[in-house]
Design a protein around this ligand. Structure first.
Ligand SMILES: [Mn+2]
Length: 312
């Protein structure tokens, strides 16, 4: 059996607290459960105070065979930041905006280059998506067409140096497929609609539900995981685009990414978002998978942030 654990973002103490709450024990090879395995949905880095420590805990568990871990969009950003193309240029330029985005990771990684190198190498080895017994895991969005394309173009199913360099150079359909899985589906506003998010930044697109059709809905209806409100008026039909919807009779998908706070959990009978937005005053969430459908909110375990290192 498996426990699917949400976005950690460097909150190592809260992660330890969660593992203990789920009855994992700390052994010589890291945390383990005698009967269960943990599955991490990505976003280990950025924001929190214990990024190296988070990476250590997760890597130890994966190495010992006690957990699976996939990549999130924050690992992607960090990998692209530290990966050079054949001209010696970083895939993500080292400008102020990109440095600010990965600030916490950048600051910790600067302190120990040997460790940094070792964790970057490990992050490059993590799968982009996972199919386990009876369920699927991806950081943001399961899109079968994108998955098929990635299986064909990137059979290793990880963000290797070679693959990352190639897709950042091409910025083509394989890049878009990887972005769709790691960042989810977005809806671009018409030019005449100007919105500002909670930080006061102008937004040109917002995150939408990737499992519901938009026909006849309002901008707000299809919004998912945004920290700002959308107009309640109906989306003009000329703006509709067809989303390949995730069928209700398909295997369940567990994902993170959407920072749902206390709304994290089951969003449909076979879809569950385990990102409770721990780094932004939310909660830390896991789902105890018991092989049963429909998914049930009762299987959600939620813990609050542990600020000090009161745990060993
Ligand atoms: Mn994310």
């Amino acid at each position: 059996m498996y426990d699917i654990i949400g976005d950690i973002h460097g909150e190592a103490n809260t992660l330890k607290h969660m593992l203990l709450s789920l009855d994992y024990e700390e052994g010589k090879e890291g945390y383990f459960h005698p009967e269960r395995k943990a599955v991490f949905v990505g976003d280990y880095v950025d924001r929190g105070p214990g990024i190296f420590e988070t990476l250590r805990i997760v890597r130890e568990m994966v190495t010992a065979g006690n957990a699976y871990a996939i990549v999130g969009n924050h690992e992607l950003n960090v990998l692209a930041f530290y990966t050079k193309d054949s001209d010696g240029l970083f895939l993500r330029a080292h400008n102020l905006k990109n440095k600010t985005q990965i600030k916490k990771t950048y600051e910790e990684f600067r302190l120990d280059k040997v460790k940094r190198k070792s964790y970057l190498k490990w992050m490059r080895s993590l799968p982009i998506f996972l199919e386990l017994e009876g369920f699927r895991v991806v950081h943001a969005c399961w899109d079968q067409k994108a998955i098929e394309l990635l299986k064909k173009e990137n059979p290793e199913n990880c963000l290797s140096k070679k693959f990352l360099t190639k897709i950042y150079y091409e910025k083509g359909e394989v890049f878009n497929a990887a972005m769709l899985l790691l960042k989810g589906r977005e809806f671009a506003f018409p030019d005449n609609l100007v919105l500002k998010d909670g930080y006061g930044f102008k937004r040109s697109a917002y995150r939408i539900k990737w499992w519901e059709p938009m026909n006849g809905k309002s901008f707000e209806d299809i919004s998912f995981g945004n920290r700002f409100h959308l107009p309640e008026y109906s989306i003009p039909s000329q703006l509709y685009f067809d989303i390949p919807l995730y069928p209700e009779n398909e295997k369940p998908v567990f994902f993170g990414h959407y920072c749902l706070g206390d709304k994290a959990g089951v969003v449909r009978s076979n879809l569950c978002c385990v990102d409770g937005c721990i780094a932004n005053d939310g909660v830390f969430v896991a789902y105890r998978w018991d092989n049963n459908l429909p998914l049930n909110q009762k299987n959600i375990i939620s813990v609050k942030k542990v600020k000090k290192s009161s745990l060993k």
